[in-house]
Design a binder for this molecule. Structure first.
Ligand code: NI
Length: 380
């Protein structure tokens, strides 16, 4: 695939965004190119697929992962290849990831004799709602993978630059829902009921003290209450108040402690005013932590290929690539795609001129790691 063909492939995906588990067209396009190149694929799920490359030599099993899904966002970029689907947009650059790893797979096919063991290229469905990785893992097809690598568009670094950090890079994005139950009454006689609204308002403020007063200041954590609802008119004290939001943490012990604290606070706060509270948690993926030894290897490969290493900011966003890292170590790499507009924004863009260099980097990394690139040769 020439660079022009690669960019055309990316632009076509960008024009036809598909949401999580609906990536039928995208899967078909990727499959076609892989099969035309003689690369074996398996399609264990409704959407998404896994490509297999290898020389049959003994070596490591390495996986490269791309996600494929778009977001329910209306595009405002004004690009000539903007989304043709109203209300859907590749606003996180997963079209870029798909095209990039497809190009990496094609390069790996051309250089197949250089592969030490086996390279799996995962085209994963449904990253945005954080359950696609889990479903791919449950197929059992990744049981032998020893290292996982992924690349993600990054608008704050220019084309030709990568961000490769050691340690934590993304948070565990958990969701909570709190129901405060009181007793309804006439608004003129609130003493005859138990008003859940002051409890909900107080709790929304007090909950922030869990972040500011109840954990080490050097431990990152964010607690956001994003939705409050109670009552439906001006002259009735409602029965119930509802709050929901998200807790983002980087370490498991802090995550557990903060879950317990918020639950205990909600229950006690409600009780103190004669109400009751229930708290339900929906756990997201774990925090994403890059393996320092493998990150060093990736930096060596980047430097050898003449790519620049850039500094990336921290984020408390979530990413289900961390599900793979429960099975084996790996590295989540930021690919500089310029533009400067945040991922998920209607004006987000990923510069397609970054595709070729990034695809070559991932192919080279997979080849070296599938052989026996020792970690001590990784440099810095
Ligand atoms: Ni993303």
């Amino acid at each position: 695939m020439t660079e022009t063909e690669l960019i055309a492939f990316f632009e076509d995906l960008h024009q036809h965004p598909e949401l999580g588990f609906e990536e039928f067209r995208t899967t078909g396009k990727v499959r076609q190119v892989l099969e035309d190149a003689g690369i074996p694929v398996r399609t264990p799920l409704k959407t998404g697929l896994i490509a297999y490359l290898g020389s049959g030599k003994p070596g490591r099993t390495i996986a490269l992962r791309a996600d494929m899904d778009a977001l329910p966002v209306t595009e405002e970029t004004g690009l000539p290849y903007a989304s043709q689907v109203q209300g859907k947009m590749h606003a996180c650059g997963h079209d870029f990831h798909t095209a990039m790893m497809l190009a990496a797979a094609l390069e790996l096919k051309e250089r197949e004799t250089e592969i030490g063991g086996e390279v799996l290229v995962i085209f994963q469905p449904s990253e945005e709602i954080c359950n696609g990785a889990q479903q791919v893992i449950e197929t059992g097809l990744l049981d032998d993978v020893e290292e996982f690598y992924a690349g993600h568009t990054y608008p704050y670094l220019p084309v030709g630059t990568l961000g490769i950090k050691d340690g934590p890079v993304m948070a565990a994005p958990d969701a909570f829902q709190i129901r405060i139950r009181g007793k309804g009454a006439h608004a003129g006689n609130p003493h005859l009921g138990t008003d859940p609204i002051p409890v909900a308002c107080g709790l929304a403020l007090q909950a922030q003290t869990i972040v500011s007063r109840a954990k080490d200041a050097f431990e990152p954590a964010v607690l956001s209450i994003t939705h409050i609802e109670a009552g439906n008119t001006w002259n009735v004290v409602p029965e119930e108040a509802f709050l929901e939001g998200t807790l983002r943490t980087m370490h498991e012990d802090v995550r557990t402690e903060m879950h317990q604290r918020l639950t205990a606070m909600a229950v006690a706060f409600a009780q103190a005013s004669g109400c009751t509270a229930t708290v339900e948690w929906t756990d997201g993926s774990p925090a994403l932590e890059n393996d320092p030894g493998l990150a060093a290897c990736a930096r060596t490969v980047a430097a050898d290929l003449g790519l620049t290493l850039g500094k990336q900011g921290n984020t408390m966003g979530g990413e289900d690539f961390s599900e793979y890292l429960r099975k084996a170590p790996g590295v989540f790499i930021r690919v500089g795609t310029g533009g400067g507009v945040a991922n998920h924004h209607p004006k987000f863009t990923a510069d397609p001129r970054a595709l070729k260099g990034a695809a070559h980097f991932f192919a080279e990394l997979a080849i070296r790691r599938s052989g026996f690139m020792p970690e001590e040769q990784a440099g810095k």
